[in-house]
Design a protein around this ligand. Structure first.
Ligand SMILES: [Zn+2]
Length: 291
């Protein structure tokens, strides 16, 4: 499942590659993924892209009038390609964009001059594919207030890597959540963007066990969890910026320390990593150095 670091890299890349272009054509080979009417989909054509950004586990595309919100869920992925390149299997939505005068001034520094940016003088395409069809592409026509599950005000806390989420705010917010730490980190109403993989990584970095209760944490452990959250997400983004382009549809996870690494040696203490399967998801942790 794409999480905050994965989607941050995709959002930066698509903003750099697409903002300033207009939608020239749209098609939905997998119409089940689309939440909106065919007329609303057709009405996207001709609109210029103002920005592409991430919020929690959503990718938000702001057009000059309407907007699109993509929630990739488990298996949704986005590909950047020149039009005419072979469509990936299980492509659900294809957006074709016009040429543009120039790229956006506010493109992320790491994207500048990248070889995978398609020429401004030619068209570009973004394909959304989803083998399990669990993810959704929500159309948000101007003037229609369509609720999007997971994106409501009360459903989403601050982004876990939002600079505005200070240690003081973290300490205050975490008081409302007494339960197990892994569930706490994955609770989007606490902080947004963390899922199954990065919750394991953050807890390993913090030296805390995933099934430990927040109510058992000492004050310095609450602070350590904040630091570990920030450092783990930032370090992952640095690696993913190097490793993901130009195949943005690829999920790179091999560099993780513990998640899905059951049976291997912990990179910090050498103990064999423990893996627990519960509710269809894997939790990995180290009994040697997480307490
Ligand atoms: Zn260890």
């Amino acid at each position: 499942m794409p999480e905050s670091p994965d989607l941050s890299v995709v959002a930066d890349a698509l903003h750099a590659a697409i903002a300033g272009r207009s939608i020239a054509a749209v098609s939905a080979p997998g119409p089940l993924a689309v939440r909106g009417t065919p007329a609303e989909l057709d009405a996207l054509v001709g609109q210029r892209v103002a920005s592409i950004r991430r919020r929690g586990k959503f990718l938000l595309v702001d057009l000059e009038r309407d907007a699109i919100a993509i929630n990739p869920m488990l298996t949704g992925r986005l590909q950047l390609a020149p039009p005419g390149a072979a469509l990936p299997a299980k492509t659900a939505v294809v957006l074709t964009f016009s040429e543009r005068p120039r790229g956006p001034k506010d493109a992320a520094a790491w994207t500048r001059g990248a070889g995978w940016l398609l020429p401004d003088t030619g068209p570009a395409e973004v394909r959304y594919k989803d083998p399990t069809q669990m993810g959704k592409v929500y159309l948000r026509p101007s003037g229609i207030d369509r609720p999007i599950p997971g994106l409501g005000e009360a459903e989403q806390g601050p982004d876990a890597d939002d600079p505005a989420l200070t240690l003081d705010i973290w300490r205050d917010r975490i008081r409302r959540h007494p339960g197990e730490l892994k569930n706490l980190l994955r609770n989007q109403s606490f902080v947004a963007g963390i899922g199954n993989a990065y919750s394991d990584e953050i807890l390993h970095a913090a030296g805390l066990l995933p099934f430990r209760k927040r109510s058992s944490l000492a004050a310095e452990e609450v602070d350590a969890l904040y630091q570990a959250t920030r450092e783990t997400l930032a370090a992952a983004i640095t690696i993913l910026r190097e490793r993901v382009p130009p195949t943005f549809e690829k999920q790179v996870r091999d560099f993780l320390a513990v998640h899905d690494k059951g049976g291997r040696a912990c990179p910090r203490c050498g103990t064999r990593i423990t893996e627990v399967k519960a509710g269809g998801s894997i939790t990995s942790y180290c009994r040697g150095c997480q307490h």
